[in-house]
Design a protein around this ligand. Structure first.
Ligand code: KG4
Ligand code: ZN
Length: 330
């Protein structure tokens, strides 16, 4: 079964064609980051306009890359939640039009949930249950996944998402977007113990996150004459301690032997290494996608769409975009 995936929820125009939820046949991504970097952050109105300019070209190119006729797809999956409203509208409108013209089912999917399925884009058999940690510019969510499409959200951020904090601190330190990779590069040359920073909400049994206090603390330190490398390394260590502590605590309580990392921040080597080391010690398998599938892409959207489709779930042409939404089973 072949599913077309479309994601225009934020600052990337992404389209992919995926077979059976696993095999990426084609994938295209046009990033707007250079434009937004001029303004110091993503400008919603600019994002919508850029998506509108790109979407038809990106779809055509994705099919052309593999010489595939659009009628060959069995369904069209599109991110309809959460995201920037104007940006979401572009993808949803295009997906509805394709669904109507090609007479193929439409599937509206949750962007954060789709990140989890970036780990399914391989032939490695998936074991359940899994504890999923979605860490990106918009999500910091801990989910217990008992099976495909079955979730219990255990905790999420009460304020800023972890990637958002990376980006804001990077901006404060005079680094460009995306902040994550820039901070990671500096952190390699810094001392993670140089600056004492809080480990927000790191108490047993609390699975929510709060990173805005950490951001304020880091900015406070940056006012003093501390090396950017040391600030970056100390900040990153605090993030690692919090993410690791909470995720392995949940895995222990839920007796889960697989941790599924996803989202742009999961591209961070220091975070991946820390999780793998702890996983080895505790006999827990840690899985994460290759870097280009950690960050936004449409293959993960098509993969989730495939599982919904084979489960008999699809949307109708009244599908609406939602700026905010939590992960649920439908
Ligand atoms: O998943 P993603 O592409 O988009 C959202 O769904 O938000 O994630 C983007 C976020 C940005 O905040 C970016 O700074 C962060 O992921 N990121 C990283 C790294 N690469 C991207 N954060 C830390 N270390 C990285 N290597
Ligand atoms: Zn994302």
């Amino acid at each position: 079964m072949i599913v077309l995936g479309i994601d225009t929820s934020f600052d990337d125009t992404a389209v992919a064609i995926v077979e059976n939820g696993k095999k990426i046949l084609a994938s295209t991504l046009v990033s707007q980051i250079k434009t937004h970097d001029l303004y110091g952050g993503v400008v919603p109105e600019v994002a919508s306009r850029k998506h509108l300019e790109a979407i038809n070209i990106v779809i055509q190119k994705t099919f052309d890359d593999i010489n595939m006729d659009m009628h060959s797809v069995d369904g069209i999956a599109v991110t309809n939640r959460p995201g920037l409203m104007g940006a979401l509208i572009v993808g949803v409108t295009v997906a509805k039009t394709l669904s109507f013209c090609l007479k193929k089912p439409l599937i509206g999917v949750h962007h954060g949930e789709a990140h989890i399925y970036a780990n399914f884009l391989s032939d490695i058999p998936m074991k359940f249950p899994q504890i999923c940690l979605i860490i990106s510019g918009r999500h910091t969510t801990l989910v217990y996944m008992s099976n495909v499409l079955e979730y219990e959200v255990l905790g999420s951020t009460l304020d800023d998402a972890v990637g958002e904090v990376y980006d804001k601190i990077a901006r404060y330190l005079g680094l460009g977007l995306p902040g994550g990779p820039n901070i990671e590069r500096l952190a390699i040359k810094g001392n993670p113990k140089a600056v004492k920073l809080p480990r927000p909400l790191l108490v047993k049994g609390n699975f929510n996150f709060s990173f805005s206090g950490l951001k304020t603390a880091v900015i406070g330190v940056a006012l003093n004459d501390v090396r950017r490398e040391d600030i970056s390394a100390s900040f990153q260590q605090s993030v690692i301690d919090v993410l690791l502590g909470k995720t392995f605590d949940v895995a222990r309580i839920k007796e889960t032997k697989t941790i599924n990392l996803s989202g742009g921040v999961a591209a961070n080597d220091a975070i991946k290494t820390a999780f793998e080391r702890e996983g080895k010690e505790k006999g827990i398998q840690v899985i994460y996608p290759p870097n280009h599938l950690c960050t936004d892409n449409a293959a993960m959207v098509a993969s989730l769409g495939y599982y919904r489709l084979v489960n008999g779930q699809h949307s109708d042409l009244f599908l609406e975009p939602f700026a905010n939404a939590t992960i649920n089973n439908s």
